[in-house]
Design a binder for this molecule. Structure first.
Ligand code: TRP
Length: 452
């Protein structure tokens, strides 16, 4: 086998930096914004249970597979799949994993940039005291009138995309590492503070916990099931090659199981904490748990409005959420950027600008879905925003996941596989069972249950 000389795009300086970058990709709007509102819409406990099962038995093995394939291929996901297919003596058509992933990345960024823009917009409003002692009703009205203004939403989305491109253009070491290193721990600290606020001042903490952790099977629907699985993929950044792209920059010689486990644990902790912050606030303020995408933007301003120092903590919180979103959005861009760098002579900066511009244009459709484009519905009465979200998370990511599992489990050359898992000898049989059978069959069953 060839001697591993790393990736031409650069390398993480250590295993810890890979964990930080991958956790930076995983922890984002999916944990703080999407998980709580989906749990709210899908009845709480059962959804959370399904989500946790999907993380453990589908997400974790596929996370390992993506790191493994990326580190073995050392290129953009499309390029890595071609190289690995050649080396394993199977069809190059497996590179469809990379192509589908790039498409999913554009679709996700389309709505991701819009929501991240909302979070950014809340920085100046919180700072200027707009939310001081705000009532639940006023918080909802203020959110609704904000998203009704198309130019504001597009403006913030554009600013966010510019920032994303700027960091992606700086490249692996300088751009990504420095961003995640300090901001992730800070975000975690603020979540702990908010959790304490929810626990000690709302008197509804127990109710919030019960909503999240007590399964009520009467609320179980097949649609909740596919949503839970889609969320498991989304929150771990799986199924589109983001982790594969990052894995390509991971130094050899550290355990993939340990790394993947740490990432999944961090990610799940942040999601559950966000839920534990938000639901007590929902109940204490008489809000609807099924408020949808606006949930976080209505509940948290109320809390910051009442809290001592809330103006400062609130501002800091939305700043950190913005950064959490950036460390995720650069990973959505990375597979396509790395591919353009490999295939053209544009160089890193111009490749990032090109890919970012396409993603931005896609995003306009999502930005308008809340205002002037609210009745441009595609199928099933879904707006452009809803369609991007549904198709990417509930269909493309799980489909990509199945293909990744099948390739890593059945097609990848054994020598290649054993060399990547040499630090994880004792986990190989377990992982092999999960990746060959449980993960692909699990995704398939969820698909079938939803279609039938
Ligand atoms: N996981 C991120 C979040 O929870 C979003 C994200 C980043 C993502 N990269 C991804 C989702 C790749 C799917 C695929 O906010």
């Amino acid at each position: 086998m060839s001697i591993d000389s790393g990736s031409k795009h650069g390398m993480w300086s250590s295993r810890l930096m890979f964990i930080m970058a991958a956790a930076g990709s995983a922890v984002g709007l999916g944990n703080i914004w999407r998980f709580p509102y989906l749990a709210g819409e899908n009845g709480g406990g059962v959804f959370v249970l399904a989500y946790l099962l999907c993380i453990a038995f589908i997400g974790l093995p596929i996370l390992m597979a993506e790191i493994l394939l990326g580190r073995a291929g050392r290129q953009s996901p499309i390029g890595a799949m071609v190289v690995l297919a050649d080396r394993s003596g199977v069809s190059r058509r497996w590179s469809v994993i990379g192509w589908m992933g790039a498409l999913a990345g554009f679709m996700i960024l389309s709505f991701y940039g819009v929501i991240a823009g909302w979070a950014m917009a809340y920085v100046p409003s919180t700072l200027s005291g707009d939310f001081v002692n705000i009532s639940a009703e006023a918080a909802a009205t203020s959110f609704d009138s904000f998203i009704l203004n198309p130019w504001q939403v597009v403006g913030w989305q554009s600013l966010f995309m510019l920032l994303t491109v700027y960091i992606a253009a700086r490249g692996v070491g300088r751009g990504l590492e420095t961003t995640v290193r300090y901001l992730m721990p800070a975000l975690f600290g603020l979540l702990v503070l908010l959790l304490a606020y929810s626990a000690f001042t709302t008197d509804r903490f127990v109710e919030g916990l019960a909503f999240l952790f007590q399964p009520d099977f009467a609320r179980f629907s097949t649609d909740s099931l596919i949503t839970a699985m889609g969320q498991a993929f989304f929150t771990l950044s799986l199924g589109m090659g983001a982790i594969m792209a990052y894995g390509a920059y991971m130094p050899k010689g550290s355990s993939i199981m340990g790394t993947a486990g740490t990432i999944a644990l961090l990610d799940t902790t942040v999601a559950l904490m966000s839920g534990m912050v938000i639901f007590p606030l929902v109940f204490a303020n008489g809000l609807e748990s099924s408020a949808g995408p606006g949930l976080m933007f209505i509940t948290l301003p109320i809390a910051f409005g009442q809290m001592v120092g809330g103006q400062i903590f609130g501002t800091l919180f939305f700043v950190l959420v913005t950064f959490a979103a950036i460390t995720s959005s650069i990973s959505l861009l990375e597979p396509a950027v790395a591919w353009v760098v490999e295939k053209t002579s544009l160089g890193r900066a111009r490749s990032a600008a090109l890919v970012g511009a396409i993603a931005w244009a896609f995003g306009l459709g999502s930005a308008f879905s809340f205002n002037i484009g609210a009745d441009w519905t595609l199928f099933n009465g879904m707006t452009f925003f809803d369609t991007m979200d549904y198709v990417s998370n509930n269909i493309l990511l799980p489909l990509g996941g199945i293909l990744i599992a099948l390739f890593a489990g059945w097609r990848l050359g054994q020598e290649e596989l054993l060399s990547q898992l040499s630090e994880d000898q004792r986990w190989i049989p377990v992982w092999r069972f999960l990746i060959r059978y449980l993960a692909p069959v699990g995704v398939l069953i969820v698909f079938l249950v939803t279609i039938l």
